[in-house]
Design a binder for this molecule. Sequence first.
Ligand SMILES: *[C@@H]1O[C@H](CO)[C@@H](O)[C@H](O)[C@H]1NC(C)=O
Ligand SMILES: *[C@@H]1O[C@H](CO)[C@@H](O)[C@H](O)[C@H]1NC(C)=O
Ligand SMILES: [Zn+2]
Length: 561
Amino acid sequence: MSTFRAYSLFSIISALITRYVWTYLSTTEHCYTQITTLSGTKSQVNCFTVSRSGHFKSVYAKTDLHATQDGYVLPGLWDGHGHILQYGEMLHSVDLFQSSSKTEVCKRIVDYLDIHPDEGNASSWIRGMGWDQAAFGGVMPTAADLEADVKLQGKYIMLDRVDVHCIWVSQAVLNLLSKPLPDHVAGGEIVREPGLGVFCDNAMDLVTSVFPEVSRAKKAQWLSSAMAGLNSVGIVGVHDAGVKPDNIELYLEKAGGRDWTVRVYAMLACSVGNSFCPQSARKVSTPDGMLSVRSVKLFADGALGSWGSAMLEPYNDRPGERGSLLVNSSTLTNLATSWAGLGYQVNIHAIGDLANRNAIDALTAALKAVCSEQDTDLKACQEKARFRIEHSQIIHPDDQARMHNLGIIPSIQPTHATSDMEYAEDRLGQQRIKTEAYRMRSLSDLQFILGSDFPVEPPPPLEGIFAAVTRRSPRTGRGRGGKETGWHTEEAISVKEALLGFTQNAARGAFLEGRAGLIQEGAFADWIVLDRNILQIPTDELREVIVKETWVGGKKVFQRK
Ligand SMILES: *[C@@H]1O[C@H](CO)[C@@H](O)[C@H](O)[C@H]1NC(C)=O
Ligand SMILES: *[C@@H]1O[C@H](CO)[C@@H](O)[C@H](O)[C@H]1NC(C)=O
Ligand SMILES: [Zn+2]
């Protein structure tokens, strides 16, 4: 009897020890000065544990603080609309942002050529991004301008405008295009004054169709550079807003690898823009949550900067012109309905108020088509389908009301407002600015998703949060025309709302609610460590916040040196 008792006591104790050791080995504890979880029940704690599978295991407050690390933790941030490959390509190309003249553009390309002397041939063009004709006296540049520097003569060069809705190419590239060039391109423009060289929106296809194929090795390099850059500003996940089928294949091959340090929610974009390509589409959801595909990207119009956004009424500064639709309303509706029928989330790029109207029409029709007969409540269908409008930039009040009624999700980039504020009033006039443009606060019931549209804007979400909260430029800290006050602050939102836009709302827009964008048991163990608590500092200090560390799936992917 006593032997038996001793034996069973021994087995109980050893089982407890094994369990304790196993738990100890398989989870790691992290304690910080303060942890903001954004989760209902325990909003402020100071410790959590992470399981070996890369999820939060327990989240708690602890009082014996001998092993606490300095720093303020937030859930890892998501960019609700960015372009990872293009960002990586930008990191490996000529930086033309803020260039003040065409001479400076040429100089920056020459400097790049000094370091990369082999680039610029037919199989490897020089790429650059960030020019703006506003810096060239408002006149579009030409191919001839790039021949002005003797070192650039004969080189193959393709440079994206700051909004990536126009490209500027060299004479060598022009020579590759089949002649004669069409007089007119639907939904696009071949700029002919003061000379050839710039192609906008749909006309860019003439050039991109002769662009040499980029090797997979080069693309893989772009991906890893981009992801490292994104981690360094606190990003753990991205809604990649338009990925071609062959790039989805590349993503599938790379996802989960050592360099793949950002969760990607990719929106499929057919090789032929605005088409229905079910044969090259497939839904993806990797078990580790590093890649998922279940949405498509469609494009209603171009951008405001190049007068490409499609407007209900003419531009204020170009009477008679209303921009252009990339597809007509019936085609957009057919596309949205076809994709929705296959169970895809439909995300439509829309800037101008006509484009937004057509997008809402198309999404409404698609909802009607996928709603079951009994299910007549479109809002309930939309809660399942979660259709989105990318940018949602200029929306007629009647259409804003329709978005509220249906629950259509706006995907907004707060830095677009502060980058555009200098010219937006010229383009749109006071009335449209006041009632239609760059809404945020008045759309907050729709749980807007926030992002940057990198590489169009720099990726740091803290800059987006600053812009959303102050409606001032994160670069200068100033409002329109250098003013100290923000631009139309009646549409500003709180830091908390902005933070939700970059966390939980982004998670919901990617069908990841409860799994991403918050710190709670069972969610992905993705977090960032800041040097201060953004919910408790004066708003001007938002521009000084430092990202010290970024963790994805329980692994440290960035550490500030
Ligand atoms: C073209 O440029 C690439 C990249 O610099 C280089 O690897 C390649 O050898 C060049 N091709 C020719 C034909 O010069
Ligand atoms: C819309 O565009 C499609 C494709 O270009 C065309 O076939 C169709 O006739 C157009 N519909 C209208 C109403 O213009
Ligand atoms: Zn975009």
